[in-house]
Design a protein around this ligand. Structure first.
Ligand SMILES: [Zn+2]
Ligand SMILES: [Zn+2]
Length: 267
């Protein structure tokens, strides 16, 4: 399995998940033209995508979905309530996902979903499984729900929202209603809460996780060094075996291969 981030942050999110059965675009939160440019940078032809998989209906996750799907005749995998935000032209392209459950995406590729607490209906966490490799993609959640750490345990790669530093958010210049929304139970995950989830995940299944993407960083209310430090502390002894990546808003990341972690102790 190969993971490539194309964009992450409040201006738009998109990540490629490639298995040997096809390449899926997780969220299409930039305009379609910009998505096509970034796909070209990483050598992916849009019409060869196996489909678009959406986490939820907020603009920074769906902005280019309609145009990209219609231009290139791509399937769109999402929950029924996310589909409501896409417009009727997309109806023929829809493949519905359960908010909680699992579906086959291809012969040997399965997608597991779990509902997340966020202020868009049926926001979901995604876990891709293919040929014994697991990749978890978790973004836009106000707090960590029961069962999420268990779902993510054993993932070889994990993309996790480290949205804000609580002190920076509270001391910052955002209007009070926005601060309340971001910090609320259905808002976004702060560094400490993301780190606590990460610690729980690696404690349940040590020696599986090899790559961690730190995503959806707030440009105003977070700093890369704070998020990285929180992640490192959470990983503890595991940190030596986990490559940390910051998912950038502006430039695609390096395509990164995930393997089942049979090589404990090496990198
Ligand atoms: Zn978002
Ligand atoms: Zn959102």
């Amino acid at each position: 399995m190969q993971i490539t981030t194309l964009a992450s942050g409040s201006q738009g999110n998109a990540t490629l998940v490639a298995t040997d059965e096809g390449t899926f675009l997780v969220d299409a939160g930039l305009g379609a033209d910009e998505l096509e440019l970034r796909l070209a940078v990483v050598g992916v032809v849009p019409k060869r995508l196996a489909g678009i998989v959406l986490t939820h209906r907020h603009k920074d996750h769906v902005r280019g979905t309609r145009d990209l799907a219609l231009r290139h005749k791509l399937p769109i995998w999402c929950t029924k309530r996310t589909a409501k935000g896409l417009g009727t032209e997309c109806r023929k392209r829809l493949r519905l996902l359960p908010a909680q459950g699992h579906v086959p995406l291809a012969l040997r590729t399965t997608l597991r979903t779990m509902r997340l607490p966020h202020d868009a209906p049926d926001t979901i966490a995604l876990v891709f499984e293919s040929n014994g490799v697991r990749y978890g993609h978790v973004t836009d959640l106000g707090h960590v729900p029961d069962g999420l750490a268990a779902l993510l345990a054993g993932c070889h790669g994990l993309w996790l929202e480290f949205n804000h530093d609580r002190a920076l958010l509270l001391d910052g210049g955002d209007p009070p209603h926005l601060k309340r929304r971001i910090a609320g139970r259905e808002g976004h995950l702060d560094n400490d809460a993301a780190a606590a989830l990460l610690a729980d995940v690696v404690a349940r299944r040590p020696a599986s996780l090899r790559h961690l993407w730190i995503g959806h960083l707030s440009a105003r209310n977070n700093r890369e060094d704070l998020a990285l430090a929180a992640a490192r502390v959470a990983l503890g002894d595991e940190a030596a075996h986990v490559q940390l990546w910051i998912a950038s808003q502006d430039v695609p990341g390096e395509p990164t291969s995930l393997r089942a972690a049979t090589d404990v102790g090496t990198h």
